[in-house]
Design a protein around this ligand. Structure first.
Ligand code: FCB
Length: 443
């Protein structure tokens, strides 16, 4: 690659695509923990439910064609457990066949699929038997995993066992924002995290037994925790302990089958040993720590949900993880909500993309994949339909899709193998971040 090619930076062999989650885009399922939760008053900020979302279950062909047109190379998607196993032990082969058709179409469009096996959502009947805190959680989920993997093993080799166990458990058992809505339930939190880690280790072993060529990992939500005031010893100590409790303890359990005492100690059914083929990182933001909970640094760039935009943080969490657990790094999610303004669908997402890709390109770390969150705007859990995370916009009234500036920018990065001067001038240079003016720290 010569300097005269007009490339500001090359992305090398990085494969680029997008990530989604079944519950957030498909619509059509009433019998999940999230549909149940959303039907209770006051749980979802804008009162919406996942019952329609972006209607992807019916519009998957249009969405797949669009992904192909953008030249996406990889796609991380979810399988809705309640579709496949609507009642315990009863598997719906038609629903499975429908997923097979979609995945085959993705492959025909030149897109390599990755399947996530648990992404915050599960059948109502699973929640009714205690969900991930229940006695039989692990073996019940593994039965589903066995079914899915053995029905897709000719089409899929990339498997993401569990999405963001820490966010799921903290949201559902500490902060009460996710189902089942417990607050300060430290016992439940510990049970759920330990069960999910046992489940991941067992699923890693099982998937390799069913499909020796499989590439298995989990999507770990990692953030940067920095003290709000670096000279304040309380802030410093809390930043350290928040990072340890929120993300470090489970890193060892998931990736190495090593369970610390805070997780209840080593379970009988897990032998320590490597349980990853790639290091999955969902990275969004940095937290300014002054207590348990989040905050931002005054004057920092923030998105429309108030999350700090801190691109270097992606590299620091990846470096931290890779030093402990060497392996190829797959960014399983990274993105921002950008609701636009002044008649535009977005005002800074292309800059966000550029800055994170530039950080990856300059890191010297073995990043292999980058899955941008998200393909289309979608149903954002407790936040409802308001935040817009897609590189493709959705008009919820008509379900019409519109490729945004960032979608065109991402397509150009893939086509050019990096960011060209021209793409920078068209997509990135005109964009600006908004700076945080909220009172600090946020609750
Ligand atoms: C992550 C979730 C994903 C989406 C993004 C914005 O924590 O994994 O489903 O909600 O945040």
């Amino acid at each position: 690659m010569t300097a005269s090619s007009g490339l500001r930076f090359s992305i090398g062999d990085l494969k680029i695509g997008v990530a989604t989650c079944a519950t957030q885009i498909e619509g059509g399922r009433r019998d999940t923990n999230w549909a149940d939760w959303a039907s209770l008053p006051g749980r979802i900020k804008d009162g919406t439910t996942p019952l329609r979302a972006t209607d992807h279950w019916n519009r998957w062909q249009e969405d797949t064609t669009l992904m192909g047109d953008l030249g996406l190379q990889v796609y991380r998607m979810g399988i809705e457990w309640s579709r496949i196993e609507p009642t315990p032990g009863d598997f719906d082969t038609e629903a499975m066949a429908r997923y097979r058709t979609e995945i085959r179409a993705l492959r025909d469009a030149g897109i390599e699929p990755m399947v996530t096996l648990h992404h915050f959502s599960h059948p109502s009947w699973f929640e009714a038997i205690g969900g991930w805190a229940g006695e039989v959680a692990v073996e019940t989920w593994l039965r589903f995993v066995r079914f899915v993997v053995s029905h897709l093993d000719d089409l899929v080799t990339d498997w993401c066992t569990i999405n963001e166990p820490n966010v799921f458990a903290v949201g559902g058992y500490l902060f009460g924002e996710f189902p089942p809505g417990h607050t300060n339930d430290w016992v439940g939190l510990r049970r759920v995290l330990a069960a999910m880690a046992r489940a991941h280790c067992a699923a890693y072993d099982l998937i390799h037994e069913l499909q020796p060529s499989a590439k298995v990992g989990f999507a770990h939500h990692l953030r940067v925790f920095d003290p709000l005031n670096a000279r304040n010893p309380v802030h410093r100590a809390l930043a350290r302990s928040n990072a340890y409790l929120f993300q470090e303890v489970i890193t060892d359990a998931f990736l190495a089958g090593r369970f610390a005492r805070v997780l209840g100690g080593q379970p009988d059914d897990v032998t320590p040993g490597r349980r990853y083929d790639w290091l999955g990182i969902n990275y969004y933001s940095r937290t300014a720590v002054s207590k348990i909970g989040d905050g931002t640094f005054p004057g920092s760039p923030v998105n429309d949900l108030g999350w700090e935009i801190h691109p270097e943080g992606l590299v620091s969490v990846a470096r931290w993880l890779h030093e402990r657990y060497p392996g190829p790094i797959w960014v399983t999610e990274n993105g921002t909500c950008d609701n636009g303004g002044e008649g535009r669908l977005e005002t800074f997402r292309s800059r966000y993309l550029h800055d994170h890709l530039a950080a990856i390109a300059g890191s010297g770390l073995p990043f292999e994949r980058y899955y941008h969150w998200c393909f289309v705007d979608n149903w954002e859990w407790a936040e409802g339909q308001v935040p817009r995370f897609g590189i493709v916009g959705v008009d919820y009234a008509t379900q019409e899709r519109t490729v945004k500036d960032s979608g065109r920018f991402l397509a150009s990065v893939i086509a050019s193998g990096g960011v060209t001067d021209e793409a920078y001038a068209v997509h990135v240079a005109p964009q600006r971040y908004r700076l945080d003016t909220a009172p600090h720290p946020r609750a």
